[in-house]
Design a protein around this ligand. Structure first.
Ligand SMILES: [Zn+2]
Length: 320
């Protein structure tokens, strides 16, 4: 049976899975990323895990490897200055893993891989124009136009999280101020709760939780109980997101924005204000043309599936 390996590189854990063309994960292993300060040894470990998983499956042929990595550059196969990884600088990761495994390797950033996964296995099947938005500790995005992922001239196109939405706004990890992800992300909504509490002094159960340890889940739970501060925080978060999506729609005219991740799992709480603000700010010719959808890969290992979908796509194109 033909499979590819999907590799999801994270700051703490890396997950490696063997995935069929239909998106079935036949085997999966977890590697402690922090245990490998030497990237060569890390690549050897991935290659060894891929080989040993394949040995346990009858007639298994590994065709290639796809990787989703923070700050991954599809063009060069490099991981560049990723703040949460142990390896600093510009790492020629695809070349290193290619040498270690003797397999064709494709690499892109994690949100782009998730978009390809959604196109092959999830809510974007049969779509040629959509944007995947991941709402977690940051805001990642993958833009697909005409059936192709948009990489731009550098390989780093489609960074929706770093569109500036508030002049002189909140400080962002990228070194600038007012980026979308400082408002629309798990830490972003917690910061908004802090502002709402300070502004209104409304009675709220959230006041009892220190902001440092508050999670977006706490905010969602409180909002579901009718907490006014939590509801206001979701309103503001959805408002910023919806307006920004209307702006993006004016540029790429997607069929859909697909939301993924912890904050997206809050369902109506985030979808309602986002949909309303998106539609009310939409360019008239585009009104009613853009759907707001939930990812269909939330329950499965979307990152591994996305990385595998990248490998299948590139093998089919004959690129690798
Ligand atoms: Zn930023």
């Amino acid at each position: 049976m033909d499979v590819v390996a999907g590799v999801d590189i994270g700051g703490t854990n890396t997950v490696v899975g063997l995935v069929t063309r239909e998106g079935e994960i036949l085997a999966e292993r977890r590697i402690d990323t922090t245990a490998y300060p030497d990237v060569d040894l890390f690549c050897d470990a991935i290659a060894a895990n891929v080989a040993s998983m394949a040995e346990r499956i009858d007639d298994c042929l590994v065709r290639g490897i796809g990787i989703g990595a923070p700050n991954g550059n599809y063009y060069s196969g490099t991981i560049e200055e990723a703040p949460n990884l142990v390896w600093k600088g510009i790492i020629p990761f695809a070349d290193l893993l290619g040498s270690a495994s003797r397999l064709p390797v494709s690499l892109t950033n994690d949100a782009n891989a998730a978009a390809i996964g959604e196109m092959m296995y999830g809510a974007a099947r049969h779509m040629r124009d959509f944007v995947l938005v991941t709402l977690g500790t940051g805001l990642g995005s993958g833009f697909v136009t005409g059936g192709e992922l948009m990489y731009g001239s550098t390989g780093f196109a489609g960074e929706l999280g770093h569109v500036i939405v508030v002049q002189n706004g909140r400080r962002c990890g990228c070194g600038r101020r007012g980026c979308l992800e400082t408002y629309v992300s798990a830490p972003g909504i917690v910061r908004t709760v802090g502002e709402v509490l300070a502004e209104y002094g409304w009675r709220s159960d959230l006041a009892a939780i220190p902001l440092r340890s508050m999670t977006s889940r706490d905010v969602a739970d409180a909002a579901a109980q009718g907490d006014v501060v939590a509801r206001e925080a979701f309103e503001r978060t959805g408002t910023v997101l919806g307006r920004t999506l209307a702006n993006i729609a004016a540029i790429t005219s997607p069929e859909a924005f697909i939301l993924f991740g912890g904050l997206a799992a809050s369902g109506r709480l985030i979808f309602e204000p986002t949909q309303r603000e998106m539609e009310s700010n939409m360019l008239p010719v585009l009104k009613g043309s853009v759907r707001l959808l939930m990812s269909k890969l939330m329950e499965s290992n979307a990152a591994v599936l996305g990385a595998a979908a990248l490998a299948w796509t590139d093998l089919d194109k004959g690129i690798v």
